[in-house]
Design a protein. Structure first.
Lengths: 333, 280
């Protein structure tokens, strides 16, 4: 319908403007207050460059995690699915750690994201397999499988870190900080690589978003409407794992973005993925940049800052519990 | 002319378990066929195989002369055949109209949006299924019967030549049971829509299906004009319970009446007298 299509365009333009505004504000706010004039005068080599990189990473990763949430929720037909909850982020973390500890990550800028992607995809497939009971994917089975597989990946990660040699563990010097998730990035080529992958992934997912509308009806009804279900599932598992994986490779485990943002957007815009998916990408970028600004400034008085993953988890945990309780009231199956 | 659907020695099931065993069945265009049988006799699985979502381990399924699993893509199948499944649960709050519009998907270009023409078709389908007044309600909010009719409207919006249904009246009240089947009958007579429906209620099958297929343990045990298939002996043997078949005086169609066994049970009146005796 043309009206629906117009509404989608308006939504995307409006969210784009919000993103520009929020990003601009975020650049001028930080642990240390630098007057805007001075900030601009010092140029990209100074604080401005660092903050721009950080805001850019927030945009990229916020969009990636939100879209990964939209994808997993639709393909698994589970409104509570999300990379962090499904253990996919932990799997990606394990993959990234293996890439670092084996030393392969110094070979090419792509090894780290690729390792995280491989970890994410394998975890996703394992969780889906474990949770499948008689051809169905019950909500609670999926959540349990995600928690358990995520915990195992987390333990393996810790095992690798504690047994690694001093030299290689220095490569993981900020492992705890990284596990909590943060948007500090020193390697601009990693930022560029991540941005490229995410842009491609979000664009492809947007183009294919109509298929997600059919997937939420269930595999068989989707097939009856002419969808090649198995192929669609594989494409979206790969896309979702790729978006979650490269995000983890760039900035560690940032939880619940893929839950909060898609649900809020669904409440406002409805469940049609052709609007929901691109809108969630933009809103996720807004959300993570804003959350990171809070993380940078809330403890500024004591000259320190929080990892952004702490902020998103503090917001997302209660959100998750509220959704879980609401679901139980409706249908627990 | 090619048959609408033609199953040739179809065997299929799940993993190693065979649920349908060597079934051959030819359905001509314009047929209105009922599929009945005890629970677990393979009716739903047969529909799955016929609809292109469960490839048979042996045998072939042809839709309008072409092999569903070899010659046709899922989209090509969906343009001529639609399915109303039993109990589809949706957790995402699409409106009824959005859901019905999804029935247009196989006719849209790969990345196209629904046109005004598609919306008109969806609205006509909603009118057919008597759910026009629910158009803006979330599908998660409507009753089981309303949801069942919304999925029927979605299947009609596909503009199929062949419609497969799995117990389409299971959640409906008396009015909508008769209304739904009358509607299918009208589409069948008026537009030549081929209808194959699993029927739980033998009397509804008797009223509406020209032809009835009875299944048991994965095989067809009777197939023919409904009047010849719904016999006292046949049904008693198939369901393991006695029935009495008479004629509906209003329509002249067969009518199946249950005859429960009560041998050896005390009559209700006797019990009440016994109770009274003890109280005294």
């Amino acid at each position: 319908m043309s009206t629906k299509r117009r509404k989608r365009t308006h939504t995307i333009v409006a969210l784009g403007l919000v993103l520009v505004a929020v990003a601009a504000c975020a650049v001028f706010v930080g642990t240390v207050w630098v007057p805007p004039g001075e900030l601009l005068a010092r140029g990209l080599g100074g604080t401005l460059g660092i903050r721009l990189a950080r805001v850019a990473l927030g945009i990229v990763v916020g969009a990636a995690l939100s879209v990964a949430g939209v994808i997993f929720q639709a393909v698994l037909r589970n409104p509570l699915a999300e990379p962090y909850v499904l253990g996919v982020s932990s799997g990606a973390g394990l993959g990234a750690a293996v890439a670092i500890l084996t030393g392969w990550s110094v070979v090419s800028i792509w090894v780290l994201p690729a390792g995280a992607f491989a970890g994410a995809l394998l975890t996703m497939l394992l969780v889906e397999r474990l949770a499948r009971i008689g051809g169905r994917l019950p909500v609670h089975a999926l959540l349990l499988a995600g928690v358990v597989v995520g915990a195992i990946c987390g333990s393996l990660l810790m095992f690798l870190v504690s047994t690694a040699s001093m030299e290689s563990s220095r490569r993981l010097h900020d492992i705890v900080w990284w596990l909590l998730g943060n948007l500090q990035i020193s390697d601009l080529s990693l930022l560029a690589a991540t941005a490229g992958v995410v842009a491609a992934g979000v664009a492809l997912a947007s183009v294919l978003s109509r298929d997600l509308n059919l997937m939420v009806l269930g595999e068989e009804p989707a097939a009856h409407l002419g969808l090649g279900v198995e192929r669609t599932k594989i494409v979206f598992f790969v896309l979702g794992s790729m978006l979650a994986g490269v995000s983890v490779a760039a900035c560690g485990l940032i939880g619940f973005v893929g839950l909060i943002v898609p649900h809020t957007m669904r409440m406002i815009l409805g469940p049609d993925h052709r609007t929901l998916l691109p809108a969630s990408a933009l809103a996720g970028a807004v959300f993570l940049v804003a959350a990171d600004t809070v993380a940078r400034t809330v403890l500024a008085g004591s000259g320190t800052e929080l990892p952004v993953g702490v902020v998103t988890a503090l917001l997302g945990g209660p959100f998750f519990i509220a959704l879980l309780r609401k679901r139980r009231a409706v249908a627990w199956m | 002319m090619a048959n609408a659907l033609e199953l040739d020695a179809v065997t299929c099931g799940y993993d190693a378990r065979e649920v349908v065993r060597g079934v051959s069945l030819a359905i001509a265009e314009g047929d209105f066929v009922g599929l009945a049988g005890p629970n677990g006799s393979g009716k739903t699985t047969l529909l799955r195989a016929a609809s292109g979502v469960l490839a048979p381990s042996s045998g072939t399924v042809r839709l309008l002369g072409r092999d569903v699993y070899r010659d046709l893509t899922p989209r090509e199948v969906a343009r001529v055949l639609s399915v109303v499944s039993q109990d589809v649960a949706v957790d995402f709050s699409f409106t009824v109209e959005e859901l019905v519009l999804m029935g247009r998907t196989p006719h849209l270009s790969r990345f196209g949006w629904e046109s005004r023409h598609d919306l008109e078709i969806a609205q006509a389908a909603m009118a057919e299924a008597e759910i026009s007044d629910l158009a803006d309600r979330p599908i998660t909010d409507v009753s089981g019967g309303e949801r069942q009719r919304a999925f029927l409207a979605m299947a009609l919006a596909q503009e199929p030549r062949v419609l497969l249904l799995d117990e389409p009246t299971s959640h409906l009240d008396l009015h909508h049971q008769v209304a739904t089947l009358s509607r299918l009958e009208r589409l069948n007579r008026r537009d030549g829509l081929t209808v194959v429906t699993v029927m739980h209620d033998l009397n509804l099958a008797a009223e509406f299906c020209d032809r009835t297929v009875l299944m048991n343990a994965g095989r067809i045990v009777a197939d023919g004009p409904t009047r010849d298939v719904l016999t006292e002996e046949g049904l008693a043997a198939l369901f393991g319970t006695s029935v009495h078949v008479t004629e509906n005086p209003a329509t002249g169609r067969p009518h199946v009446m249950l005859v429960p066994k009560r041998d050896g049970l005390p009559k209700r009146g006797d019990l009440r007298q016994d109770d009274g005796g003890q109280n005294d």
